[in-house]
Design a protein around this ligand. Structure first.
Ligand code: URA
Length: 174
């Protein structure tokens, strides 16, 4: 086994959504709910992510693909180690190449660190990056937004920049 996380997981959590989606989200790694179900972003943070996607006027199941840096749950919800992220990176790289999305949204510091070797999500969120010709928007992780609701304003600005790439506008609230 290439990585010790394979020993403690219940399910490997590979991806959710449409494998040919134009919009891809990359999170950190499965939590307890995802480990139990085998599906990424189904717990509390996942519910918020689903609402964020709906607010962007996208359908989560058919118009997005959702993956993580590591496919197995780090025990106790800790961040993946450098070794664990490195062991799983070939799978994510292949996933990105196969999905070939138009835009990737990075959810939080962990994907920013392991896909770009960059630290500082607070400073870098909202700034476009490039991954092999794919536009990449770093924003806050929904679990962070649950703990820090005032940061939702910035995350929404980031998601609106992504929507503009697709020529979509938020639906006005009545
Ligand atoms: N947080 C993540 O980063 N990924 C998941 O799949 C669930 C919670």
């Amino acid at each position: 086994m290439k990585c010790p996380l394979g020993k403690t997981r219940t399910h490997m959590v590979f991806a959710d959504g449409n494998p040919h989606a134009e919009l891809m989200f990359i999170g950190e790694g499965p939590g307890a709910d995802e480990d139990a179900s085998g599906v990424p972003f189904v717990g509390r943070a996942g519910e918020l992510l689903s609402r964020m996607i709906a607010a962007m006027t996208f359908d989560r199941a058919t118009e997005t693909c959702i993956a993580n840096i590591v496919k197995c749950r780090p025990p106790g919800n800790r961040n993946p180690s450098d070794e664990e992220a490195a062991a799983c990176m070939p799978y994510l790289k292949r996933q990105i190449a196969m999905v070939n999305p138009k835009v990737i949204v990075l959810l939080g510091a962990v994907p920013l660190l392991y896909l770009f070797n960059l630290k500082g999500i607070m400073k870098l969120r909202g700034r476009w990056l490039d991954y092999d010709g794919i536009r990449v928007m770093p924003t806050y992780h929904p679990a962070f937004l649950l703990r820090n609701p005032p940061a939702k304003k910035d995350a929404w600005a980031d998601l609106q920049a992504v929507m503009a790439e697709f020529g979509r506008k938020p639906v006005p609230r009545r």
